[in-house]
Structure formats: C-alpha cells, structure tokens
Design a binder for this molecule. Structure first.
Ligand code: BV8
Ligand code: ZN
Length: 246
C-alpha cells in the first residue's frame, strides 16, 4: 500500500506524535460508527438524540438498553491491525492516543494512557451520587432495559459524555496538552463534526504541528489538514508503521 511520503518523513522525525481517533478506528473491528445506520432494534433512533441527557431523563430504559447493546457488541469485538500498530509504535516513539471512542480496543491492543475525551462504556456511575459501578454488560433482551439502581436510589448511567455535557476536565486537559506538545497529529476515523474534540486538530496545527487525516472519506476536517490519506485505519496504520520502523 502506497504511504504518503510526506507522512513517512514527518512520522520518522517527529519528537512527539498525537493520534486522535474516532469511531472509524473501530469500524474494522465490527463496531458500527456513529454515522452508520444504527444496528437492529435501535435502527430507527438517531444516535445524536439518544446520546443526550434529555433522552436519558425521558426514557432511561431505552438509553440503558442501547448502551448495553453496544457493550455486548464490544465483548465480541477484537482490536484490529490499526489498534495493534499504534500499540507497537508507542514502544519506540512518543505516541499519545486521544480517543473519542467509548470502547476499550486501544487498551486491549496494548496501548497505555489512552485519553478518553468522551468517557467509556465500561465506567458506569450513579447519576445522583456519582458512585462508580463495575460494567455489568448483558445482551439486552429487548429495546428497553430498566437501568440498575444505586444504593442511594439513583439510576446507574453509562460512563459516557452525552451531547450538551462537559468533557471530563482531566481527560480534556491532557488532550489539550497532547495536541499542543505534538509535532505530528494523525486524525484517524472521525468525521470531525463534534466539538470541542474536533478542535484539537486545529489546536495542534496552530502550535506548529503537521496534521494528517486517515479516512476513506472526505470529512469536515479535510480542508484544514496538511496531509489527506484516503485509506482505512486497519490498512493504513500498519503500512505507515512498516515504513517508520522497517
Ligand atoms: C460540549 C459519546 C460544552 C457518547 C459522543 C448545539 C446544541 C448543543 C450542543 C452543541 C451545539 N453545537 C455544538 C454543540 C456542541 C456539541 C457538538 O459538537 N455538536 C455537534 C453535533 C455540532 N458538543 C457537545 O455537546 C460536547 N460537549 O460541547 O459541552 C458545554 C456543555 C455544557 C455547557 C457549556 C458548554 C460533548 C460531545 C460528546 C458527545 N458524545 N460520544 C456515545 O458514544 O454514545 S460524540 C460521538 O460522535 C463520538 O464520540 C464522536 O465524537 C462523534 C462523531 O463520531 P465519530 O467518531 O467522528 O464517528 P462518525 O460516525 O461521525 O464518523 C466515522 C468516521 O470514520 C467517518 O468519517 C468515516 O468516513 C470514517 N471511517 C469509516 N470506516 C473507517 C473510517 N475511518 C478509518 N477506517 C475505517 N475503516
Ligand atoms: Zn447513588
């Protein structure tokens, strides 16, 4: 596979690389992306309306079942060659991963200190007292599954960031630091629509970094990036790694 020569050059000489990943990173592991039509029971729901505090307030059992479904899909998904390439690369170069994904495929591939700016499917907590609970993922039996209750009587909610919610302060501060300190940012598998996460690419660029986009399709970010590589995560990242570390 032909790797853009400018990207190989930048990757070889970069002091610090930050990789910003979105749902496209996990597509080849079989997890549907946000833009893809929703699977099965929830196909008629728009994820943009389900991933909100309003939906949770209005119909917690529908929202809880949707996240349980996504957690169950994660249990049968495996990290793909893209996740594995990033984990290998980080063994000999300074690679920070900032992910918008709520799955744990980067971690399961062996990447450490992955920055989750939109939370995780695996860290539910009480929406009243914020007590964390272990992820007890079960394949939902139907479209609605009442969420479990906390000892305080509150509902246990998914540990993700919904639209309209603030990003976790510590994670976003680390994401900003990773964007400011890198001299190369690689944006993989994101439509670049959701802020403030999407702003991290512009932040990197304004701090002098080169920004490369790996995505089979055009995105909101395409016009601003320095290098556009129309390829998928699981084919591009191993090919890039092979050029950087022959
Ligand atoms: C905030 C977790 C501030 C949940 C997610 C108007 C009203 C209300 C809010 C706003 C508004 N205007 C702007 C906002 C802010 C809003 C926002 O940006 N909205 C957008 C829609 C305009 N942002 C927020 O609300 C954020 N919080 O701003 O708070 C605030 C709050 C209170 C008070 C004051 C200020 C919080 C946003 C977080 C939402 N949570 N996820 C869950 O997962 O259920 S967002 C979710 O969608 C993802 O995490 C991701 O961030 C986003 C987009 O998804 P992508 O990852 O990009 O995936 P997508 O499907 O879109 O694209 C896939 C891409 O992969 C495609 O490009 C495709 O071509 C590519 N691809 C496909 N296959 C492959 C591939 N690439 C590589 N390889 C492949 N094989
Ligand atoms: Zn509680």
């Amino acid at each position: 596979m032909e790797v853009p020569p400018t990207l190989v050059e930048k990757a070889r000489t970069a002091r610090s690389i930050t990789v910003l990943t979105g749902a496209g990173m996990s597509a080849e592991s079989g997890l549907p992306t946000f833009r893809d039509a929703q699977t099965g029971l929830w196909a008629r729901y728009d994820p943009m309306t389900l991933a909100t505090p309003e939906a949770w307030r209005e119909d917690p059992a529908l929202v809880w079942a949707w996240y349980q479904k996504r957690g169950a899909m994660l249990q049968t998904a495996e990290p793909n060659a893209g996740h594995l390439a990033l984990a290998t690369w980080s063994k000999f170069q300074d690679i920070r991963i900032v992910t918008q994904n709520v799955d744990d495929l980067h971690e399961r591939a062996g990447s450490t200190n992955v920055i989750h700016v939109h939370g995780s499917l695996l860290t539910p907590y009480c929406d009243s007292c914020h007590t964390p609970y272990p992820a007890d993922v079960e394949e939902p039996t139907g479209e609605r599954v009442p969420p479990p209750k906390c000892a305080c009587g509150g509902l246990i909610r998914p540990g993700v960031v919904w639209f309209g919610e603030m990003l976790p302060e510590d994670a976003f501060a680390r994401a900003i630091d990773a964007a400011q300190r890198c001299d190369l940012m690689i944006v993989v598998g994101t439509s670049g629509i959701v802020y403030p996460a999407a702003g991290l690419a512009q932040l990197a660029q304004s701090n002098g970094a080169s920004v490369a986009e790996i995505n089979p399709a055009e995105t909101e970010a395409s016009s601003q990036v320095d290098i556009r590589w129309r390829a998928t995560a699981a084919t591009a990242l191993p090919a890039l790694l092979a050029q950087v570390n022959p």
